[in-house]
Design a protein around this ligand. Structure first.
Ligand SMILES: C[S@@+](CC[C@H](N)C(=O)[O-])C[C@H]1O[C@@H](n2cnc3c(N)ncnc32)[C@H](O)[C@@H]1O
Length: 219
């Protein structure tokens, strides 16, 4: 019974994620977003969402995949992110284990770049400048914590254009409170940068996907 329950919940979660990724495909095809762009993923751990992105995007789009992770698990948990669920070094997968998984999933190494390090160190202006030139088609933010999401959103800001999609995997964490987690970071981001108008593309029991419907740059 426990096994059946676990298996059915796992299947349900995978189907929900599939719905999100296929919603992205529909949106991008409808809006002819087929050009060179990025799939960014912040928090790649066991390659579940990365595998899903590869599986559903590679037939239609020629994206460059860039993933960002400490490969040492979660950072020290600060007071604002305490929950009883997350612990320092939780969800750790080494870069070597990750690369083996990438190979097993058949993800082309030349299409994938892995940036190792805690975001407070790795998301530098130099890296931003190096990657700029292409914009974000889809950014998957799956790093659980408020403290992790704030630098991620600042980092991706110059890569956002009309039609860019941001997925937050942990939207319902912390009871879905506006005061916590990824949701708090996003609310602060949209308040700080009102030039972006986001609309909801799809939502599941855990996650949500937004797209930039309008970008009003003051001229
Ligand atoms: C929930 S797991 C990601 C799961 C993954 N998307 C999947 O589907 O298999 C969260 C990941 O975020 C990473 N992470 C969280 N905060 C981070 C930070 N500040 N710097 C670097 N990595 C971080 C952790 O290392 C962990 O692997």
């Amino acid at each position: 019974m426990k096994w059946w329950y676990r298996k059915s919940l796992y299947r349900f979660r995978q189907n929900e994620l599939k719905k999100l990724y296929l919603s992205c495909v529909r949106y991008m095809l409808t809006n002819s977003i087929c050009d060179q762009a990025y799939y960014f993923e912040f928090g790649c751990y066991s390659c579940n969402t990365l595998g899903m992105a590869w599986k559903h995007f590679r037939h239609h789009f020629n994206f460059d995949f860039v993933v960002f992770d400490s490969f040492e698990g979660l950072p020290e948990i600060s007071q604002i992110d305490e929950s009883g669920i997350f612990a320092e070094h939780g969800m750790r997968m080494s870069l070597e284990e990750f690369q083996a998984k990438v190979k097993a999933l058949g993800i082309k190494r030349e299409k994938l770049r892995a940036v190792k390090g805690f975001y407070s160190d790795s998301l530098t202006q130099e890296l931003q400048a190096e990657l700029l030139g292409k914009s974000i088609a889809v950014a998957m933010i799956d790093c659980d914590l408020y403290e992790s999401t704030v630098p991620v959103l600042e980092f991706i800001r110059p890569f956002l254009r009309q039609g860019s999609i941001i997925i937050f995997d942990d939207w319902s964490c912390y009871f879905g409170s506006f005061e916590k987690g990824e949701k708090r970071a996003f609310v602060e981001f949209t308040t700080k940068y009102p030039e972006f108008t986001f609309q909801t593309l799809a939502q599941t029991s855990e996650a949500i996907a937004f797209y930039v419907s309008d970008l009003n740059v003051q001229g």
